[in-house]
Design a protein around this ligand. Structure first.
Ligand code: DC
Length: 239
């Protein structure tokens, strides 16, 4: 695969609710990096498939949908659409459909190209996802793989999204892990050179200290002297 690694990309991979979003956002602020949540692109495709009544399990139909969505070659305009609110992209229907589209070769090809295009325009960046360090940017200079037990990740989700019962969320986390880890193309797995952090028994602050130390060791410097990890950072990782 053509690796268009930009000047500096940090890959943050791992299963749902391992702490990727929370930590990536703080690291982005700390080190002055642009941030991309790659899962959003997969959710946009699932969301549009449902909205346009395309069969989500039909690779040809979803491949055509990708061609339509990304026809103008401007990845940013699709992802920036105001239509894709967190509420729309995180609806139960979209969450159920997204692993189905995420295993399709056409979808992964389109989204990999989209991420490469985005990264080429954001030369110092942090990108979270499932396959950033393994498939999208295998030569990324810093790769993290965050994980935690399924039970702890489910409990975090319940705290973030009150109203969902623990047992249902646990079953959902297990189902998504299985789908992400067992698909044929770009399955969720740590890159050989990824730094793995089990966040199960760590606070966000502890996770951030480990990640920041690695970044500094690898020569990623703070753009401004007053950037720091805020003690007020949320205690609960979101993805
Ligand atoms: O991070 P998330 O829950 O928003 O991701 C949504 C879906 O997209 C999930 O099924 C995993 C998939 N995904 C992926 O396959 N590769 C990525 N780089 C990011 C997300």
């Amino acid at each position: 695969m053509h690796d268009t690694t930009p000047a500096m990309v940090i890959a943050v991979d791992g299963p749902a609710a391992a702490g990727k979003t929370t930590t990536s956002l703080v690291l982005a602020r700390t080190f002055g990096l642009d941030y991309l949540e790659s899962g959003k692109a997969f959710r946009v495709i699932a969301c549009e498939a449902l909205r346009r009544r395309r069969p989500v399990d039909d690779p040809d139909a979803i491949g055509n949908l990708c061609d339509e969505l990304f026809a103008d070659g401007d990845s940013g305009s699709v992802l920036a659409s105001a239509r894709y609110t967190p509420l729309a992209l995180r609806s139960p229907d979209v969450t159920a459909a997204v692993p189905v589209v995420a295993r399709m070769p056409d979808v992964r090809r389109h989204i990999t190209a989209l991420i490469h295009q985005w990264a080429a325009q954001h030369r110092r960046c942090i990108i979270e996802g499932r396959d950033i360090g393994t498939a999208v940017f295998p030569a990324a200079p810093v790769k993290f793989y965050l994980t935690a037990t399924t039970e702890i990740r489910a409990a975090r989700r319940v705290r973030q999204e009150p109203g969902h019962t623990y047992d249902i969320v646990l079953a959902d986390v297990r189902r998504r892990d299985l789908a992400d880890m067992t698909r044929t193309i770009a399955p969720l797995t740590p890159a050989n050179d990824a730094i793995e952090i089990d966040t199960s028994r760590l606070t966000i602050r502890q996770v951030l200290h480990r990640m920041s130390a690695v970044c500094r060791t690898r020569g990623i410097d703070n753009p401004t002297p007053d950037n720091h990890i805020s003690p007020a950072s949320p205690a609960t990782p979101s993805t």
